[in-house]
Structures are given as structure tokens and as C-alpha cells.
Ligand binder design. Structure first.
Ligand SMILES: Nc1ncnc2c1ncn2[C@@H]1O[C@H](COP(=O)(O)OP(=O)(O)O)[C@@H](O)[C@H]1O
Ligand SMILES: [Mg+2]
Length: 285
């Protein structure tokens, strides 16, 4: 599975992204926190790339840098051939928390994107309805967020992120707060939507299986300061489902990734707490 993936979406579109020797330190009154070091990799246009790593290793920071919401302390982010020096708006963002406005209906939450961008209201509403159909929430246009399940709220957030048809989508642990079965469905739906739209996706997760099922490439980061430990190309045929994780080559890759993380102190055994560099007192991913 370490050979280049030949299964990116059929008609490559989207925008390519490059992280060039990125390092990032946060300065605060308590001192400096080195979040990322020596991050160097490229995401081809239309590719689905997962960033996998333990809590606190700088995954969210990497997305904020890619979107120009943070300026790197070192190195550069290049999107579509241009160095990012200010917030890059031609993208969509989905976070772990759907971040919906509770006093707005599902449809009007999606249309927030149109309002923020001054899009034509009629066209935006047509597109919002199409996206609700695509993500399986049509019929809930007038429902308020409190009337929706966690999975449906995330679908609304996804529709909002896709409303302006951005070439790049950033997803930061978007299914982290969902129950296992909903999460599995969301993985399948995300893959389907990506295969139809061929966007460039940068997807942050701490779930090895989710990364393998969804991504063309998995970038594994080690504990803080986040550095790239390895990049794996995933050549499994699409569409994939969770059963793809039971294939021998996929089992071997899951094992390899666990070994890699273990070698960098991510999975501590009882009695070893505190031995994990940059991630003291925690275990697991
Ligand atoms: N605004 C900030 N100020 C200071 N430290 C921060 C800030 N944001 C993140 N950090 C620190 O940087 C490291 C990486 O954070 P983050 O990118 O959120 O990690 P992840 O998303 O992988 O859990 C963590 O140690 C975190 O505490
Ligand atoms: Mg995070």
C-alpha cells in the first residue's frame, strides 16, 4: 500500500496545497509552545488527505495555517501555486462541533454562508436544497438545530461548508462527537460526496480506520511538536466501506501505523504514564 494511489477522483479538480518546511510556535504569557516542526508535504488537487495523530500534536493548527487563519512561525503554505499570507476564503470548514445557530432553521443555517459571501439568495437557496438532498437531510429545512440528531447537525454543517462550492474542504475531526454507527454512515457519505465533487480535502482525525477508509494518503504526525512520522498512500479501490479494514493489506497497514505511533510513545502501558514525550499523562490516540 506504499505505492502511489491511483484511485483519486476521476476528474481531478480542486486546488493543490503545499506545506513547505512549516514550523509553528504559540507564544503566550506562560512561554512558548512548539506545536509543529518541519512539516513538509503536498496535497494534489482533488486528493483526499487525512492528517492522523494524537491529541495535541498540532492537527488543528495545521488546518488553521492552511486556511491562512494563522501565519506560520517558519516556512510557507502554498495553495493553488500562491503563498498564503491572509485568510484563504475559497474553502469550506467543518469542525467537531457543528456550530449551528440555534435560533435559525437548518436551511437558514446553511444560508449563513451565502449571507457572509453576498451570494445571490435565490441561487444559494436552490443549491442549499440540493445539498440537503445530497446529504440525506431534505425534509428538515425548517427544523431547528435542537430538533436534529448529532449526525444531522453535522450534515447541516457540511452543507454550509459546501454551499459556495469551494475547491478545498477542511474537516477537523468532524465525526469525533458522533456515536459509532452514525460516524460510519458519515464516513460513507463523505466519501460519496467527495467522489462526486472531486474537491481537495484535508481531513483531521485521530481514528486510524476512518483515515484508511477515507483517504488517498494518510499523513501520520507524532506527539508534540507535531512532525511527520510517515505518509502512506492508500491504494484500496473505491468506494470503500468499513469492511475494507478487514482486508489483509489494510490490517497490515493499521498494525504498521499503531507500531509507528507506539514507537513514538503514543500508546503507553499502565505504569508508563508520563513517558510519552509532549503528551504526558494521556494514552491512546
Ligand atoms: N492559541 C494557542 N495558544 C497557545 N497554545 C496553543 C494554541 N492553540 C494550540 N496550542 C497548543 O498547540 C498544540 C497543538 O494544538 P492543536 O493544533 O489544537 O492540536 P490537535 O488539534 O492535534 O489536538 C497543543 O499543545 C496546544 O495546547
Ligand atoms: Mg484539534
Amino acid at each position: 500500500m506504499d505505492q502511489p494511489a491511483g484511485d483519486t477522483a476521476a476528474s481531478p479538480s480542486g486546488t493543490d496545497l503545499r506545506f513547505e518546511a512549516i514550523g509553528h510556535d504559540f507564544e503566550s504569557q506562560h512561554g512558548s509552545v512548539q506545536a509543529l516542526a518541519g512539516i513538509d508535504f503536498a496535497v494534489n488537487a482533488g486528493q483526499f488527505v487525512a492528517i492522523l495523530g494524537p491529541s495535541g500534536c498540532g492537527k488543528s493548527t495545521l488546518l488553521l495555517l492552511a486556511a491562512g487563519l494563522l501565519a506560520p512561525s517558519e516556512g510557507a503554505v502554498v495553495v493553488g501555486g500562491e503563498r498564503v499570507t491572509k485568510p484563504f476564503t475559497d474553502c469550506g470548514f467543518v469542525f467537531q462541533d457543528a456550530s449551528l445557530l440555534e435560533w435559525r432553521t437548518a436551511l437558514r443555517n446553511i444560508l449563513l454562508q451565502a449571507e457572509a459571501r453576498g451570494m445571490d439568495r435565490g441561487q444559494a437557496e436552490g443549491r442549499a436544497r440540493e445539498l440537503m438532498e445530497l446529504t440525506g437531510i431534505s425534509g428538515f429545512e425548517d427544523a431547528y438545530p435542537t430538533q436534529l440528531s448529532g449526525g444531522m447537525r453535522q450534515r447541516v454543517a457540511l452543507c454550509r461548508a459546501l454551499l459556495h462550492d469551494p475547491p478545498v474542504l477542511f474537516m477537523d475531526e468532524p465525526f469525533g462527537a458522533l456515536d459509532a454507527l452514525t460516524r460510519e454512515q458519515m464516513v460513507l457519505d463523505t466519501q460519496r460526496i467527495w467522489m462526486e465533487g472531486a474537491k481537495t480535502v484535508l481531513f483531521v482525525t485521530h481514528d486510524i480506520g476512518e483515515a484508511i477508509v477515507l483517504a488517498d494518503r494518510v499523513v501520520v504526525l507524532g506527539p508534540r511538536p507535531g512532525r511527520i512520522l510517515e505518509i502512506y498512500d492508500i491504494a484500496l479501490p473505491r468506494p470503500r466501506d468499513m469492511d475494507a479494514l478487514a482486508e489483509p493489506r489494510s490490517i497490515a497497514l493499521q498494525h504498521k501505523i499503531r507500531e509507528l505511533l507506539r514507537a513514538h510513545g503514543v500508546f503507553t502501558q499502565p505504569g508508563q504514564f508520563g513517558s510519552c514525550p509532549g503528551n504526558e499523562g494521556t494514552s491512546g490516540l
